[in-house]
Design a protein around this ligand. Structure first.
Ligand SMILES: NC(=O)c1ccc[n+]([C@@H]2O[C@H](COP(=O)([O-])OP(=O)(O)OC[C@H]3O[C@@H](n4cnc5c(N)ncnc54)[C@H](O)[C@@H]3O)[C@@H](O)[C@H]2O)c1
Length: 337
């Protein structure tokens, strides 16, 4: 059994804790600075708890930690955990600035330990099938893609966790706003298919979510090599939906995540040929992610987002924010790792 410390047991930390427990391959300890929250976690899941992650590491031996705190804490925590000999799964986004990222990569390389970043879309079987199909080359290179997604962010949070306006989400400096919180998932998945984003032009605004002023709505036009990608996303709309379409000169692939299906339409055909996938409960991708992380630390090849890929998506986030603020096209390369 692997001993796993969950650092930050708020909304996503609790889900990780539950899913690592469900693997049957891990003994989990919950850690959070909020004692009241921790009492609920201890009672609900029957796990050991700690309010201070450094003291927990002094007291006990852990194989790995999952960092589920706000983004500005991810990099320093990951560096110290690696130095203490743990494997680390880091929540997205990797950070909200490039500070310390180079040191983290160097520490990882010399540590002999594993690092993955919890861009959960890597653990969606439907998206892995689409990536494999596109990368088989059958349809030729993707030239143009669109990604339209949205959901009501507040209604996705468990009632006993902090109101979203009191969390990291309220401030870009702690990883808040739609770009760093939500669009980053989509950008990371597209980068896993098309390669790194070169440049972005971004428009965003706060349109609707009460009690915050950060952007909840984004339109972004990106270049990934030869491919042009348009992303549009908001975090207030009623339907929880995501539709992705990737077009080549010989055909198109469409993914409707909310309808659990993906399809292909070759040039000249009238109708899409759909592949349906089974309905998953909300924990399923996180359970899959937990199993993949345990596989990784037990010596299997990684099937999760790497540290380097997450650092690239961090550059995407920073370029998007800079473009929205300046009104100009911004190249990701200006953010040096
Ligand atoms: N992959 C996903 O699907 C997904 C979903 C939601 C959130 N996230 C990411 O996870 C991170 C956390 O988000 P959340 O919604 O769970 O936030 P949250 O505010 O609900 O939980 C964060 C918790 O961290 C605790 N914390 C802060 N500093 C700490 C410290 N030094 N030691 C111990 N505990 C500490 C807080 O008390 C809080 O309970 C963010 O980076 C967010 O972007 C990812």
């Amino acid at each position: 059994m692997n001993k796993i410390l969950i650092i930050g047991s708020g909304s996503i930390g609790e889900r990780h804790l539950r899913c690592f427990q469900k693997t049957g391959r891990a003994i989990v300890t919950g850690c959070d600075a909020n004692e009241q929250l921790l009492a609920t976690i201890a009672q609900t899941y029957g796990v050991a708890t700690a309010t201070d992650w450094k003291l927990a590491l002094d007291r006990d031996r852990f194989d790995a930690a999952v960092i589920c705190t706000p983004a500005h804490l991810h990099v320093p925590m990951a560096v110290e955990l690696l130095q203490r000999g743990l494997h680390v799964l880091i929540e997205k986004p990797l950070s909200q600035s490039m500070a310390g990222v180079r040191e983290l990569i160097a520490t990882h390389q010399s540590s002999g330990r594993q690092v993955a970043v919890a861009y959960t879309l890597h653990a969606y079987p439907i998206l892995s099938a689409v990536r494999e199909f596109l990368q088989s080359g059958a349809l030729g290179p993707v030239l143009h893609a669109t990604c339209t997604s949205g959901q009501n962010f507040p209604s996705g949070r468990p009632a006993h966790t902090a109101h979203y306006s009191k969390t990291y989400y309220r401030d870009r400096k702690t990883g808040g706003g739609a770009i760093q919180d939500a669009l980053t998932h989509m950008a990371n998945w597209f980068e896993s298919v098309l390669g790194p984003t070169d440049s972005v032009m971004c428009d965003c605004a706060h349109q609707a979510l009460p009690e915050v002023t950060v952007e909840d709505t984004v339109n972004l036009s990106a270049r990934h090599g030869n491919a042009l990608v348009n992303y549009t996303l908001n975090q207030f709309q009623a339907p929880n939906e995501a539709t992705l379409q990737l077009n080549t000169a010989t055909g198109s692939v469409k993914v409707e995540l909310h309808n659990r299906r993906w399809g292909v339409l070759w040039l000249g055909e009238k109708d899409w040929t759909w592949t349906e996938v089974p309905a998953l409960d909300r924990d399923a991708p996180y359970l899959e992610q937990a199993n993949r992380f345990l596989d990784l630390i037990e010596g299997q090849p990684s099937r999760l987002c790497s540290l380097q890929a997450a650092a690239q998506t961090l550059r995407f986030n920073l370029a998007a924010l800079a473009s929205a603020d300046s009104g100009a096209r911004v190249h990701c390369a200006q953010f040096l790792v």
